[in-house]
Design a protein around this ligand. Structure first.
Ligand code: NAD
Length: 479
C-alpha cells in the first residue's frame, strides 16, 4: 500500500461472493461447451499474478458454430419477436445485473485489477443502466429517427478490450439486442470472467438460445469473428492498430462496421477555473481506472499564469492517492492490467525522460507481486514528445502549458486522435467556443470522464468512427 498523508485501516471487500470455476467453456447457443480447438489459456489476477481459471480458446470452427447459432436465433426467434417482448428480456437482464451487482463488481476487480470502488460505483451500475436504457428503446425504434420501420442488420460480431470488460459488453450487446440483432461477442483475453458470468445471466433471464454467444480467445478468435462471411455487422473497441486491420478486413464486403479506438485527450485548465475542482478533474481524468481509459485526460494543458499553482496542488493531491489491493474499498489506483501493458507504460515513460521531460511521482510502496505503476506526471513536455502524442494507457500525465484560448485549441487538436476533451473555466461563452473548436467526440466542461447511457460517445480521426450510446448508438444496428 502506498504511503499516504492519511493512514487508513484495510477495508477489504470479501471475495466469498464470487464463485470462480477452475475452467470455463464457450457460451454457444445458450449452453457452455468445450472448444473445438482443445486449447485453453489462463486468466490471472493482475494484482497478485494468481491463476484464476482456465479459459477455452475459440478457433474458426467454434466461431462458425456461434455465428450459425446466432443466425438461427435471429431468423427464427429474435427478429420475429415484437420490440416490446425483446425489451422485456433486456429489462430482465438489467435487473439481474443490479441484483448480482456485488458479485460482478468483485469479479471485475479480481480479473481486471481495477479498484472495487470503481467497479461498484461505475462499471456495474452503468452497465445495468445501458440495459435499462436500451430496453426502453426496443419498442420505440420507429421513433428513433431512422425511418418508420427500421430493420435489424442480422448477426453482430463484437470484439471488446480489457479496460472496462463488463461495461464495454453492455455498450455492445444492449443496443444490438434492442434493435433486434443477435450477437457473437469476444471479451479480451486478459479479462474474460465477467463476460462469462454475463452468459450465466442470459441463461437466468431465459434469453432464447443463440441470441447472445460469448467466445473467449485472443486476436485470432477476434479475427475469425470479424472475417466470418455470415456476420453482418462488426463492432470493435480496442486499439487503433487492430482497428485499422479490421477496417481492411471488412473493406469491400457488405458488413457494417463501427470502430471505437484510442485517444490522447486534452484536459484544458484556464486561469479562471476553480483550481481545487480542476485538480480533482485532472486526477479523475488520468488516474481513474489506472489511466486505462480511451478517453483519459492524458494531456494536461494548463494556462501558463496558473501552471505553478495547479501543479503544486496536483502534486499534493497525488500524494494522497492510495495505490494497492483492488479489493480494498479505500484504494484509488489498482493494478495495471497485464505485464505487457506495464512494459508498454514503462517503455513510454522511459522515452519521456530520454526526450527531456521531467518525471515526478509521489513516494509509493508498491506491492511486490502483481503489476503496478505509480501515478506519474511529466512536466516540460513539448508537443513533439512521444508522451504527448502516443496513447500510454496508464496512470501517466503529460503536462503542457498555453497562453491564449487559440493556442489551447491548436495544441489540443494537434493529435492524430479525437475522442474527448475537458475544459475548465468559469466562463460559459469560453466553454461553448472551445467546444465548437475542439475536434473531439465528447467535450466535458468543468468535469471529466462522465458517462451516461443516453449520451452518444465516439471519436474523430484515429479514434474511430460511429457512435455508441444514446439514440445515436441504435443507428449502428439498424438498416
Ligand atoms: P487491442 O486492440 O489489442 O484488443 C482489443 C480486442 O481486440 C481484444 O479482445 C483482442 O483480443 C482483440 N483483437 C486483437 N487483435 C485482433 C484482430 N487482429 N482482429 C480482431 N480482434 C483482435 O486493444 P486493448 O489493448 O485490449 O485495449 C486498449 C485499447 O482500446 C486502447 O487503445 C484504448 O484506447 C482502446 N479503447 C477504446 C475505447 C473507445 O470507446 N474508443 C474504449 C476502451 C478502450
Amino acid at each position: 500500500m502506498a504511503k499516504t498523508q492519511l493512514d487508513y485501516a484495510p477495508a477489504p471487500e470479501s471475495r466469498s461472493v464470487v464463485d470462480i470455476k477452475p475452467s470455463y467453456g464457450l457460451f454457444i447457443d445458450g449452453e457452455f461447451r468445450d472448444t473445438e480447438s482443445g486449447r485453453h489459456f489462463k486468466t490471472i489476477s493482475p494484482s497478485t499474478e494468481e491463476v484464476l481459471a482456465e479459459i477455452a480458446e475459440a478457433n474458426d470452427a467454434d466461431v462458425d458454430l456461434a455465428v450459425k447459432a446466432a443466425r438461427r436465433a435471429y431468423t427464427r426467434v429474435w427478429s420475429k419477436m415484437s420490440g416490446a417482448e425483446r425489451g422485456k428480456y433486456l429489462f430482465r437482464i438489467a435487473r439481474i445485473l443490479q441484483e448480482r451487482a456485488r458479485e460482478f463488481a468483485v469479479l471485475e476487480s479480481i480479473d481486471n485489477g481495477k479498484p472495487i470502488k470503481e467497479t461498484r460505483d461505475v462499471d456495474v451500475p452503468i452497465a445495468a443502466a445501458h440495459f435499462f436504457y436500451y430496453a426502453g428503446w426496443a419498442d420505440k425504434l420507429s421513433y428513433a429517427g431512422y425511418g418508420e420501420n427500421p430493420q435489424p442488420l442480422g448477426v453482430a460480431g463484437q470484439v471488446i478490450p480489457w479496460n472496462f470488460p463488463l461495461l464495454m459488453l453492455a455498450w455492445k450487446i444492449a443496443p444490438a439486442l434492442a434493435a433486434g440483432n443477435t450477437v457473437v461477442l469476444k471479451p479480451a483475453e486478459t479479462t474474460p470472467l465477467t463476460a462469462l458470468l454475463f452468459a450465466e445471466i442470459c441463461q437466468q433471464a431465459d434469453l432464447p438460445p443463440g441470441v447472445v454467444n460469448i467466445l473467449t480467445g485472443a486476436g485470432d478468435t477476434g479475427r475469425a469473428i470479424v472475417a466470418h462471411p455470415d456476420v453482418d455487422k462488426v463492432a470493435f473497441t480496442g486499439s487503433t492498430e487492430v482497428g485499422r486491420m479490421i477496417a481492411k478486413t471488412v473493406a469491400g464486403t457488405d458488413k457494417r462496421v463501427t470502430l471505437e479506438l484510442g485517444g490522447k485527450a486534452a484536459n484544458i485548465v484556464f486561469d479562471d477555473a476553480p483550481v481545487d475542482q480542476a485538480v480533482e478533474g485532472i486526477v479523475n481524468g488520468i488516474f481513474f481506472n489506472q489511466g486505462h481509459v480511451c478517453c483519459a485526460g492524458s494531456r494536461l494543458l494548463v494556462q501558463e499564469s496558473v501552471a505553478d499553482e495547479v501543479l503544486t496542488r496536483l502534486k499534493r493531491r497525488m500524494k494522497s492517492l492510495r495505490v494497492g489491493d483492488p479489493l480494498d474499498k479505500n484504494t484509488d489506483i489498482g493494478a495495471i492490467n497485464s505485464a505487457e501493458q506495464l512494459a508498454k507504460i514503462r517503455e513510454l515513460s522511459a522515452i519521456g525522460e530520454a526526450e527531456g521531460a521531467e518525471r515526478w511521482s509521489p513516494k509509493c510502496d508498491l506491492p511486490s507481486a502483481g503489476f503496478w505503476f505509480p501515478p506519474t506526471i511529466f512536466t516540460g513536455v513539448s508537443q513533439a514528445h512521444r508522451i504527448a502524442r502516443e496513447e500510454i494507457f496508464g496512470p501517466v500525465l503529460s503536462v503542457l502549458t498555453f497562453r491564449t484560448p487559440k493556442e489551447a485549441v491548436e495544441k489540443a487538436n494537434n493529435t492524430p486522435f479525437g475522442l474527448s476533451a475537458g475544459v475548465w473555466t468559469d466562463k460559459g461563452s469560453l466553454i461553448l467556443w472551445m467546444a465548437s473548436q475542439l475536434r473531439a467526440g465528447v467535450v466535458w466542461s468543468n468535469t471529466f470522464n462522465r458517462f451516461d447511457p443516453a449520451s452518444p460517445f465516439g471519436g474523430y480521426k484515429e479514434s474511430g468512427y460511429g457512435r455508441e450510446g444514446g439514440r445515436h448508438g441504435l443507428e449502428a444496428y439498424l438498416r
